[in-house]
Write a protein that binds this ligand. Sequence first.
Ligand code: ADP
Length: 163
Amino acid sequence: MAIVLYPGSFDPVSNGHVDVATRAASLFDRLIIGVFDSPQKRLLFSTEERVEMVKKAVAHLPNVQVEAYTTLTIQLARELGARIIIRGLRMGSDFEWEFDMALMNKKLAPEIDTLCFMADLEYQFLSSSLLKETAQGGGCLDELVPKHVAVALREKFSSGASL
Ligand code: ADP
């Protein structure tokens, strides 16, 4: 059985993430989405909130599971028995960082490979940080995030959160 791990911050999950998860889930037996507890980024949502939003976003995919993690990604992959780490690649912005990370992970865990999915044309420009800025300014997020994520973003900013 092929188990693969899709790790990320998902602050919050977007339709670009869901697209990658959907494509990966159709190719492998089981996909585990790992929500990293403490990325080197300023987070808007708590780990619990991020996990809940991802769970709801992929609830229609029966072979997908979501969990939070605090360890190195390769450590989680090993614990899960996943030999493949899934990542998404947007044009221009992601390549160097993803390449560095894949090489570091390969150095640390030679048995694990990173597999990148090209972001769908429709979601190339879509990043969680741009989403947050747009939501803070009151912009419309239809077709960019699942409905419950748009609601959560609106609630966050109307309750006084700032970036
Ligand atoms: P991280 O902090 O690990 O980069 P993110 O939640 O920002 O976590 O992204 C997780 C993965 O999803 C990364 O590989 C990122 O490149 C990819 N990704 C982000 N946005 C999109 C998108 N719009 N389309 C496809 N992949 C994406």
